[in-house]
Design a protein around this ligand. Sequence first.
Ligand SMILES: NC(=O)c1ccc[n+]([C@@H]2O[C@H](COP(=O)([O-])OP(=O)(O)OC[C@H]3O[C@@H](n4cnc5c(N)ncnc54)[C@H](O)[C@@H]3O)[C@@H](O)[C@H]2O)c1
Length: 394
Amino acid sequence: MGIKKVKTAVIGCGMISSIYLRNLCRMFSVIDLAAVGNIHKEAAQARAKEFGIPKAMSIEEAAADPEIELAVNLTPAFAHYDVIKRMLKAGKHVYTEKMFTTDLNQSRELVALAAEKGLFLGVAPDTVLGAGIQTAKYLIDTGMIGDVTSVQVCINRNQALNSEFFRFLRGPGGTLPYDVGVYYVGALIALLGSVTQITAFGNPAPLHEPQAAFLNEGAEPWQIPGLNTVAASLRFACGAVGSVLFDGNTVGAEQHGFTVYGTRGILKVGDPDKFGDPVTLILPENAPVQVPFTHGFDGKNYLGEPASFDNYGHRGIGVAEMAWALRRGRPHARLSGEYGLHCQEVLQGMEISAETGKVYEPQSRFEMKGLKPGYYSSMFGGAMRGDAEASLMD
Ligand SMILES: NC(=O)c1ccc[n+]([C@@H]2O[C@H](COP(=O)([O-])OP(=O)(O)OC[C@H]3O[C@@H](n4cnc5c(N)ncnc54)[C@H](O)[C@@H]3O)[C@@H](O)[C@H]2O)c1
C-alpha cells in the first residue's frame, strides 16, 4: 500500500533549481518528480540527465501533459504571472518561488483563478516551515514568552553590488525588501499573524557604477527600481507592534536581527532566510538558553553525499506540505496564495506608506497553523529517518 505520489514538474532550471531538484527527487516520499521544463528545452534536458528525471519538456509540453498534477515554478519573478496562469489554466496545482508576481493585482487575480478552478496555489518563502521558525512558533504558541508585545527585525546587504552577479536583481523585485525582506515578512506573519497597519520611510537604490569589471565590462550604470532601504513600523492584529529595518544601500556584511518580546520572556530568532538558525530563549533571572529544535527540516544534508548547493537547505518543503494537503484531502492553509498575498501586500504597503506619508492598512489577512513537531533522527547512522515528513501531513 502507500500513498499515490503527486506527479510533479519543475519549471525553470537556473541556480535555485539544483536544491529543489535534489530534494524533490529524494527527500519527500509524497513527490514523484516526473519532469523538468524550461523555456530553453536543452537546459531542461541537461537537468533531467543530471538528476535522473524521466522527462524534459518545454513549458507548453509541461502544461499539456495530463500526467502532471503539480507545477513548481522556479522562473525569474518577471515570468511568474504568465507561467502560473498557464499552469492553472491547464488544470495544474502550482507552487511558486518568491516573489509571487511583480504586481499585487496580478497575484490577486491568480489566487481568484486557482479558487475558481479548485486548484492549490502555493507561494514561497518556505523557510518558515523550517526547524528555526517552527520551533519559535511552537514556543510562542505554547505561551513560553507570554503575550507578544513587540518585535524587531533587521537585515542589510549591498544589493547594488549583488546585482552585478545576480542580474535578475536589476529588475522589479530586485530591491532588498522584496528579494530578502520577504523572508522576514513571511516569518513575522507566520509567527504573529496578520499585519493591520503600516507606516514607513524609505530611500531608493543608488545609480550603480559596475565595480567588478570582469562581470560587467562596458556596462552602463543601472538603478534597481523601487525603495532599497525601508524603515517601517507595523501593528499586528494580535496587538503587538513591530519595527523593521531593511537596508540594501550599505555594505554586504550582514547583521541580521530578529527579536520577539513578550510579557514573560524574549525570543531571539535566527536568520529567517535559513532553515535551522538557532532560537534563543531569554527568561528573567536565567542565562539565555539555545532551545533544542522541536521540529525537523533544519537545512542539514541528510541525504548522504554533500553537494555544493547544500547551503540552500530544505527548499521544497513547501511543495511537499502542499502535496500532502492534496493527498490527505485537507485544506492547503500554510504557504497558500493568501500567505503569498499578505506577504506581498505588507511589502507593498511599506512602499506606499513611504511614498504617501500615510498609514497603509492592508486588506489581506493571514494566520498560519504551526506544523506538528517532528524531526530527523541520526539513530542507526541515519538509516531511520525519524518522522520529519510526517509533520507535514496534517
Ligand atoms: N538564486 C537564489 O538564491 C534564490 C533563492 C531563493 C529563491 N529564488 C527565486 O527562485 C526563482 C528562480 O531563481 P534563480 O536564481 O534560479 O533564477 P535563474 O535566473 O538562475 O533561473 C531561472 C530559470 O528560469 C528560466 N526561465 C526564464 N524565463 C522563463 C520563462 N519565461 N519561462 C520559463 N522559464 C524561464 C531560465 O531559463 C532559467 O533556467 C526566482 O523567483 C528567485 O527569486 C532564488
